[in-house]
Write a protein that binds this ligand. Sequence first.
Ligand code: 2NL
Length: 340
Amino acid sequence: MTSDPNEILMRAREELAAAGSEQQAEAVRIRYLGKKGELTAILRSMGDLSPEDRKAVGAKANAVRDEIGALIDEKKKSLSTEAMTRAMNSEFIDVTEPGRGVRVGAEHLITQTIGEIANIFADMGYRITEGPEAETVFNNFDALNAAPSHPSRDLTDTFYLSEDTLLRTQTSPVQVRTLLREAPPIKVISPGRCFRVDTPDATHSPMFHQVVGLLVDEGVSMTDLKGTLDAFAKRMFGEDVRTKFRPHFFPFTEPSAEMDISCFACGGEGCRICKGSGWIEILGCGMVHPNVLKVGGVDTERFTGFAFGMGVERIAMLRHDVDDIRLFYENDIRFLRQFA
Ligand code: 2NL
């Protein structure tokens, strides 16, 4: 170590020239100008010098201190500019490059099918009403004229939540709520999830979807039901399909029927889709039973109505040739993507 300011200035210059980073430049400041720095030591020890020496050495040491400080600031600035230039060159962003592409999701086929059915009925003036999946036994069974002994009420067929609540086995209870809340004319469809105790296989699932419809007004007859559902079938499956109604039984309608459409795949010749018969069962329907209308306080001398219900999975499976209902719930993207 030396106490010659000029010699210190030379060494500081060399060290700064060699400094490759702002930290290394700062280390130079600490070594010479810091609390324990070499130049600081000289300035501190000036009291030991004679007055003449003190003046000369003091002036020189102060000048060197200022110069080293300025050199360090300059070096830091140039290092920082260099670092920025290097970053600008290596981190160049090509704003003209095409984007990376966003993966857009799509509606599930069941949701799409519900939408198509709903749109057709919306065009005929129906409102869409929804209700809770957890229902009362009253709305799900009693109000719909199901006898106390009706098999679907059985504990082994229905998910009971308590003695008087359950997971709805159909979406008709939504329309019971409508009947209880509103006076005719009523014209609604109710899509939604339903639940039945079932072991899953290719055609059964303990959770499935239904769309049910209800129309109550003055002078409604079976011809209105047939015309409405025939119009629906033609829009849903093609203008060429014919419909036929076979007698059936439901506790909530009388008379009741099931509607078949002529096979949209073979035109009625008989094929794999219609299992050789030329006809495909699509939905259940009927004239609303007076007992059900009375629950809603409807004057059954003045008003009549029709109702219908269809399984959404069944319709989607038929139209898209899906052979296993479980595919809808497995969320295998390779299956779902086909309908995006
Ligand atoms: C089926 C077909 C159907 C209804 C549901 C209904 C609703 C009210 C009054 C009368 Cl509020 N009926 N819904 C009618 C006929 C058929 O669903 O296969 N169900 C098991």
